[in-house]
Design a protein around this ligand. Structure first.
Ligand code: MG
Ligand code: ZN
Length: 185
């Protein structure tokens, strides 16, 4: 990467991008990495990207699990990745839902994707150049958030339908392939 360019990160949705989406994954024993995730994260790190997770967690607002449950799983993930030589820079989560959450969690926030709040916060917290950042998601709401935040490279993990505004990929390993192509052209 050019020394004149700002820092860049790969913003990763969690469920369906890093691990199998079982719906409201909250226990480490239910956290199953998708094939090739660990080598792909290592490769992204090797390309100079920070690694940042941005994840909607309305299960907190809905009362399915607590902030503490989510924090524990996040710590277990960070620790496991560290043992694998992978540094996760940050995890941003949105606990809200506009209609189905309880108490103060029920709000139309600016962080639940497709809103760009988590991405904008990450860009500011880590002094990132949005145009050089990458977003990887498996739902159109991920891609919409990335577009709204001005993330330059957007990838949509899919086995079927494409998503406007993103390049379709089969998973993180293919994201690495595509970024390697960009890096050498
Ligand atoms: Mg997902
Ligand atoms: Zn939120």
């Amino acid at each position: 990467m050019s020394s004149e360019a700002g820092r860049a990160a790969v913003f990763l949705d969690r469920d369906g991008v890093i691990n199998v989406d079982r719906g409201y994954v909250v226990r480490w024993s239910d956290f199953e990495f998708l094939p090739g995730t660990l080598p792909a994260l290592r490769a992204l790190q090797g390309l100079g990207y920070l690694l940042i997770i941005v994840t909607n967690q309305s299960g907190i607002g809905r009362g399915y699990y607590t902030e503490g449950d989510f924090a524990l799983l996040s710590t277990q993930l960070i620790d496991h990745l560290a043992e694998e030589g992978i540094k996760l820079t940050a995890i941003y989560h949105c606990p809200h839902h506009p209609t189905d959450a309880q108490g103060g969690y029920r709000q139309a926030c600016n962080c639940r994707k497709p809103a760009p709040g988590m991405l904008l916060r990450g860009l500011e917290d880590w002094d990132l150049d949005a145009s050089r950042c990458v977003l990887v998601g498996d739902k159109p709401s991920d891609i919409a958030a990335g577009e709204a935040a001005g993330i330059g490279h957007r990838f949509y993990v899919t086995s079927g339908e494409a998503c406007p505004g993103a390049e379709a990929v089969s998973g993180l390993p293919q994201v690495v392939q595509q970024l390697n192509v960009l890096a050498t052209t």
